[in-house]
Structure formats: C-alpha cells, structure tokens
Design a protein around this ligand. Structure first.
Ligand SMILES: Nc1ncnc2c1ncn2[C@@H]1O[C@H](COP(=O)(O)OP(=O)(O)OP(=O)(O)O)[C@@H](O)[C@H]1O
Ligand SMILES: [Mg+2]
Length: 328
C-alpha cells in the first residue's frame, strides 16, 4: 500500500468512526427517552390501579348497602304479608261476632221473658191466687220460649263451631279432609256481615261431596281475599251484583271457579294483579298484597294453580285448580 492509499483508507475509517459515534449517541438518547416513557407509563399504571382499588371499595360499599336495603325490604314485605293475613282474620272475627250476636241477643230476651213469667207465677202461687187459665198461659209461654231458646242457642252453638274451625284453621293452618263446598259456605257465612247492607248476592254452588285433604285455613284466606276484593274494587256502593263460588271435580283435582260481575280489570293491569304492592286503591289504604298472598297460598301451600280472566264492565273470574290430596 502506498501513502496515498493509506491516506484514503484513514479518511474512510475516520468517516465511519464518526458515523458510528453519532449512531451510538442517538441510541443512547433513545434509551434515555424510552426509560422516561417507561417510568411515565409505570406511574400512570399505578394511578389507574389506585383508582380501580378506590372504585372497588366504593362499589363494595354500595353493593353491601344495596344488600342491606334489599334485606330490609324483604323483611318489610314479609311483615306486611303477615299484617295482611291478620287483617283477613280480623275481618272474619268481626263477622263471627256479628253473626253470633243475633241468636244470643234473642236468647237473652227469651230467657228474661221466661224469668218474668215464672216470677209472676210464683207470686200468684204464694198468694193462693193461681187460676187454671193463668197456669195454662204460663205453660204455653214456657214451652214456646224454651223451644225458641233451644233453636237460637243451637244456632249460636253451630256458628261458634264453624267459626271456631275457620279461625283455628287460619291461625295454625291445620291439615285435614273436608268438603270444599261446605267449607266455602262456612267462610262465606262469616263474611255475611259485609253484605248485609249491600244489594250484592254471594252464593256457593257445586258438588258438596268433593272432599280434599289439604289446608282449609289457606282456602279460607284465599276466599276471604277474593270476596273482599270484589267488595272493594268490583262494585260501586249501591250497585247490584253477583259473586259466586262454583266447586267441581276436574280430573284428579278440584276446580274452584270464583266470579263477580263487577267492573272488571283493564287488560294493562291484568298481568300485574298478582305482583306484590300492585294496587289501584293506594289512597283507600290498599297495600296490593291481597292477591300476592292468594297466589302464594295457592301455588305454594296448596300446590295448585290460579288463573284470572277479566273484561272491563263484564266482571272478573278466577280459576283455582287444587290437587285432591297433599301431604302435610
Ligand atoms: N274483583 C276485582 N274486580 C276489579 N278489580 C280487582 C278485583 N280484584 C282485584 N282487582 C284489582 O287488582 C288490584 C290488586 O289487588 P290486591 O288484592 O292485590 O290489592 P288491593 O286489594 O288493592 O290491596 P289489599 O288487598 O292489600 O288491601 C286491586 O287494586 C284492583 O285494581
Ligand atoms: Mg285486596
């Protein structure tokens, strides 16, 4: 290699060295830059994680608050359901008191008449003034009033017996075999008080020989709620109307058809009537639990089914299908 060649090579090497140096500087700079970016990203990530943790805590608190509120609501609903059941019982008790009042009141009047007559007879005997006609009159009164007393007290006894059964069934939900039609008649009798001053008729029709092995108390509650609803919602006060239970056997089940010919339920409400708290009578003190209880009793306690049909201005009809026998 001559000097000129060596000089050219040196020049080239110097140039390459310069380029490499520049590249090195640039890549060092890139390194610093990407480290800064990494640090920034890490800081951002930490902030995001902290925020997520914060929101998780807030969410957890919210969901525990929600759970608490939900539990409180469930508890409140259960309490209301119980209160509604007690209200149905109170309706029955009021009916019982009223029905028994009539025969007992008549018996008291009869007994006091008999006491007065006996006293008068005693006085006449003591004074030696007893005439045959007086005695015969007394005998007639005594025989008549004791017969009436017997009839009235028997009626009171029967009422107490059937009402006692209805009330006991309601409170302890006893399980037994009974005639559905006869039992509905007892329940309807205890509701008669609410019909006395209305031009409404309430009938129980059908086959009394159909017996079921079930919970009569639950059936009493269902019937009481349906009748109370017809009285409150279906008929304006003073209007004539008919309410009716019809009992029939349907395959291996009993079909209770309940109907009224009142105002009916508009189609937009029909799907909601079994929902808890659905009521169109909020301002009249309705809680909207009556039919919810009916639905629960029929489907859960009585293992049956309930359907509703209604047409505005035609009336409402409930079909309740209950198995003939359920295990306690
Ligand atoms: N026989 C009926 N005729 C017309 N509407 C009825 C009848 N039965 C129920 N309804 C309607 O269904 C709604 C729900 O009835 P539900 O018994 O559940 O509640 P409520 O009677 O309003 O209140 P509560 O029974 O708690 O006092 C009533 O508000 C009413 O609008
Ligand atoms: Mg009701």
């Amino acid at each position: 290699m001559d000097i000129t060649e060596a000089a050219i090579t040196l020049q080239r090497l110097t140039k390459e060295n310069r380029i490499l140096k520049k590249k090195l500087e640039r890549s060092e700079l890139d390194c610093v830059r990407s480290e800064t970016i990494r640090q920034k990203k890490e800081a951002l990530l930490k902030t995001v994680i902290a925020e997520i943790q914060d929101s998780r805590a807030v969410l957890e608190k919210k969901s525990s608050d929600l759970e608490k509120a939900f539990n409180e609501l469930t508890l409140m609903r259960d309490k209301l359901v119980e209160a509604e059941k007690m209200a149905a019982l109170a309706t029955l008790v009021a009916g019982i008191a009223h029905e028994i009042n009539t025969p007992v009141g008549t018996s008291i009047t009869l007994a006091s008449t008999l006491a007065d007559e006996t006293k008068a007879l005693g006085t006449a005997v003591a004074q030696g003034q007893l005439k045959r006609t007086d005695f015969n009159n007394y005998l007639e009164i005594a025989i008549e009033s004791t017969a009436l007393l017997m009839a009235n007290l028997t009626r009171a006894g029967e009422l107490i017996q059937s009402f006692k059964q209805v009330a006991v069934d309601q409170v302890i939900l006893e399980h037994r075999t009974f005639s559905v039609k006869d039992y509905l008649e007892e329940v309807v009798n205890s509701l008669a008080l609410h019909f006395k001053k209305t031009p409404l008729t309430l009938n129980v029709e059908g086959d009394a020989s159909i017996h079921i092995d079930s919970y009569p108390g639950a059936i009493a509650q269902v019937a009481t709620n349906l009748v109370t609803n017809s009285l409150t919602h279906a008929f304006q006060s003073g209007t004539h109307g008919h309410i009716r239970f019809d009992v029939a056997q349907y395959q291996d089940a009993v079909l209770i058809e309940y109907s009224d010919d009142g105002c009916g339920i508009p189609p937009e409400n029909l799907g909601k009537i079994f929902d808890p708290f659905f009521t169109t009578a909020y301002h009249q003190g309705g809680t909207g639990l009556g039919l919810h209880i009916v639905y629960n009793l029929v489907t859960q306690k009585l293992h049956g089914r309930i359907d509703v049909q209604s047409q505005v201005n035609q009336g409402t009809q409930f079909k309740i299908l209950l198995p003939l026998s359920i295990k306690p």
